[in-house]
Design a protein around this ligand. Structure first.
Ligand SMILES: Cc1cc2nc3c(=O)[nH]c(=O)nc-3n(C[C@H](O)[C@H](O)[C@H](O)COP(=O)(O)OP(=O)(O)OC[C@H]3O[C@@H](n4cnc5c(N)ncnc54)[C@H](O)[C@@H]3O)c2cc1C
Length: 714
């Protein structure tokens, strides 16, 4: 806590302590007020401005310091100033005092509370952003909630001061009027309890519930408005229709069938979607062959003769297809039919919010009605508008597998546009298989979602393996089979035999009814935290919805979408993106979870960096895989993991321990206290935790222990 904060905190504590030590509360009782009412009236006659000003300040101070007595002061305002002037004074003084208490709480406590309860505060902040005004109004209107607690609690959220002030003043007005009015009849009041009779409390509660009821009604009206143009079927053929049988759609359909819903899954392309057919699986299969080629080239490091691998590219691509075929039954029509899913191979179009038209491969159509729809239509490669590119016969992750499958040889000169994970994985793999690869990236570094240190590390590895990594180079046009790139003002030409475009993937947002329904889209389909679109019965998951483009995130979202679509009338769940692992399958792999140094800095999250270098890890040395490191970000002086980056062989596997730890709030102490098999790569995690422990040794305690040992030697 900063010195200023400590000073303010000390002042507040001293002021509150003084109130109690000097027993000032004795003046803020009904009896004391009644006894002084006549004197106060005389004083007001003599010096009205001083009395009004003094009272105003006293009221502000009492509420700002959260002292008891505001009720008595409100009664006093009625007794001394009358209904209208009293209400005016109290209304402004109470709102200003509340805002000061709100500010004190925010200034002194928010950072501290935020650091300790990061996730909870983030969730509360999201709620406040969405519904804060109606919550605050409700709390203010119902006098059962202690106002001082509302001031302090709201200060811990990120509600804007002006919003808090205005809503508070409006919300407190009815109560102020009732109490000031009661003050005008002071003689008739024997206790403050007399003021709030059950009927009055009832009307306050109704008033307090009004914003919530109003919000609910507005929700219903909005809902009616979006559905207005459409006629809701009286009965439904299905509980759920899922569009797209990739990672997101398959898991959604699986969950729906598991809870015995009648579910139809529609796939226009190939079952399994991107990941199985053109994404994760073929790329990892290719990377495996490439690693073997690399190992053969470096066999001398392991006591064997190195050789230039005799790459049979056709056989490699056949293996890639074989791997897909081995996994495919898990995503097949047969398996899902057996699980109870009605699988349709065809193109789905949403006709209205409850009707999906399926056009099968023979052109036949069928319309099915459904209570809910989950869109899992995925994404497709983004292709930049580069003159001449189309004529150059470019490839993408969607087309390259088929296009290269029949080739006898690996592309001789391969240019890859894009320095993201896909471009980087492919650049290394093809270089290892023998292509002369040039990787072109317009930004200053490859793998820009990782820390700069990681980008440099991997770029150097790639360069060491012969990839011509050109960062800061913008692809400007194709001249036949040459790509013209620009760096600064200079243009250079890169000749290629094949060119792969890997500049990112864009959500599939057209051609299946979103436009007709007016479902909002940006870069992705717009959904709320429950994965709901504009239409409360239509949800979206996976690459089409974002915000991440990972198979594991699509599968994670699928649970939320399925449960919200089928059981949302009872309860809805918000997708949780707090702990998302990322892995790039270069060699060594790059994996991270939570904050990187760059994101922590950008978010203003205070952190220490713990680092362990693989050069010292026994297993890594034995494997000849001792290039890499583990970095862990922790809050200074605390055993909490903010983020981890691992650059190592099998980094994606090593990361799992940290993902689990972060998900369940375990710190490095727990990892250090866990037995890891020797010699394993996973020990790197434990040693990283050890580095943290070393840097956070209890020095004072160790000095005492040292003295104890010295004494024992005497
Ligand atoms: C080269 C590459 C490597 C990758 N590597 C990894 C990795 O290692 N790890 C990882 O986590 N992620 C990886 N990804 C990303 C991963 O593949 C995607 O995040 C994941 O497939 C998204 O799943 P999805 O269900 O959202 O979409 P998809 O898998 O794309 O499925 C969408 C399906 O919807 C179908 N469809 C679309 N519109 C309609 C319609 N109107 N009617 C019927 N069907 C329709 C499509 O045909 C498609 O099959 C990689 C991607 C690529 C391209």
């Amino acid at each position: 806590m900063s010195l200023k904060k400590v000073g303010l905190f000390a002042f507040l504590v001293a002021a509150i302590a003084a109130f109690f030590i000097l027993d000032l509360g004795a003046y803020l009782t009904l009896e004391s007020l009644k006894a002084r009412q006549a004197d106060l009236a005389i004083l007001l006659d003599k010096r009205p401005l001083v009395i009004i000003g003094g009272f105003f300040l006293l009221y502000v101070a009492t509420t700002a310091l959260s002292l008891p007595g505001a009720v008595i002061l409100t009664l006093a305002a009625g007794a001394v100033f009358g209904l209208w002037l009293g209400t005016l004074i109290v209304s402004f003084a109470s709102a200003i005092g509340a805002s000061l208490a709100f500010l004190s709480s925010r200034y002194v406590l928010r950072d501290w509370v935020k650091a300790r309860f990061e996730k909870r505060i983030a969730a509360i902040d999201r709620g406040i952003e969405k519904d804060g005004i109606s919550y605050l109004l409700t709390l203010r209107l119902i006098p059962a909630f202690p106002f001082f607690l509302i001031n302090l609690a709201m200060g811990l959220t990120k509600m804007r001061l002006l919003t808090f002030h205005v809503v508070s003043q409006i919300g407190m007005l009815p109560g102020t009027l009732v109490f000031v009015n009661a003050g005008t009849q002071l003689a008739a009041i024997d206790s403050t309890g007399d003021i709030l009779r059950p009927a009055l409390i009832g009307s306050f509660v109704l008033l307090g519930l009004f914003p919530l009821i109003a919000k609910w009604i507005i929700g219903l009206v909005k809902q009616r408005r979006v559905y207005k143009k459409f006629r809701r079927p009286r009965r439904f053929d299905r509980n759920l229709i899922v569009i797209g049988a990739g990672a997101g759609g398959l898991v959604t359909a699986y969950i729906a069938a598991a809870v015995r819903a009648k579910v139809t899954l529609v796939e226009a392309g190939t079952m399994g979607g991107d990941c199985l057919n053109t994404g994760c699986i073929p790329s990892k299969a290719l990377i495996r062959s490439a690693r073997l080629a690399h190992d053969i080239r470096h066999a001398d490091e392991f006591g064997m003769a190195s050789a230039e691998p005799a790459v049979d590219f056709k056989a490699i691509m056949a293996r890639v297809r074989g791997v897909i075929a081995t996994i495919a039954p898990a995503d097949s029509v047969e398996r899902y039919t057996e699980l109870g899913v009605d699988v349709r191979l065809g193109h789905a179009t949403i006709v209205d919010p409850w009707t999906v038209e399926i056009t099968d491969r023979d052109g036949g159509t069928q319309r099915l009605t459904t209570r809910s729809i989950v869109i899992a239509a995925g994404a497709e490669p983004a292709v930049p508008d580069i003159p001449g590119l189309a004529g150059a016969g470019f490839l993408t992750s969607d087309t390259m597998w088929d296009a290269l499958a029949t080739r006898d040889a690996v592309p001789r000169r391969l240019t890859i546009i894009g320095g993201g994970p896909i471009g980087t994985e492919m650049a290394q793999a093809f270089a290892r298989l023998g292509s002369a690869v040039t990787q072109v990236e317009a930004g200053p570094r490859i793998l820009s979602n990782e820390d700069e240190e990681v980008s440099i590390f991997i770029a150097n590895i790639l360069r060491g393996e012969g990839v011509d990594v050109r960062t800061g180079h913008e692809a400007v046009r194709c001249d036949g089979k040459s790509l013209i790139v620009k760096s600064g003002d200079a243009e250079t030409s890169i000749a290629f035999d094949d060119i792969i475009v890997a500049v990112g993937r864009k959500a599939r947002l057209s051609g299946y009814g979103l436009e007709t329904l007016g479902i909002e889209t940006g870069k992705t389909l717009i959904v709320d935290e429950t994965l709901k679109t504009l239409y409360p019965n239509i949800f979206a998951v996976g690459d089409v919805a974002g915000p991440y483009q990972f198979t594991h995130v699509a599968a994670h979202q699928a649970w939320y979408a399925a449960v919200n679509a089928l059981f949302g009338v009872f309860r809805t769940f918000r997708a949780d993106y707090t702990v998302i692992p990322w892995t790039t399958f270069t060699d060594p792999e790059v994996a991270h979870v939570g904050h990187t140094v760059a994101t922590a800095k950008a978010a203003g999250v205070a952190h220490d960096i713990v680092r362990y270098d693989l050069g010292h890890l026994d297993r890594a040395v034995a494997e000849g895989a001792n290039k890499g490191f583990v970095t862990v970000l922790v809050p200074p002086g605390k055993d909490k993991i903010l983020g981890v980056t691992i650059v190592a062989a099998h980094a994606g596997e090593l990361l799992a321990e940290f993902v689990l730890a972060m998900k369940h709030g375990l710190g490095l102490g727990k990892i250090l206290g866990t037995i890891h098999s020797y010699p394993t790569m996973a020990e790197a995690n434990k040693y990283a935790a050890g580095e943290w422990k070393k840097a956070n040794q209890p020095e004072r305690l160790l000095r005492v222990v040292e003295r104890y040992h010295r004494w024992r030697r005497k």
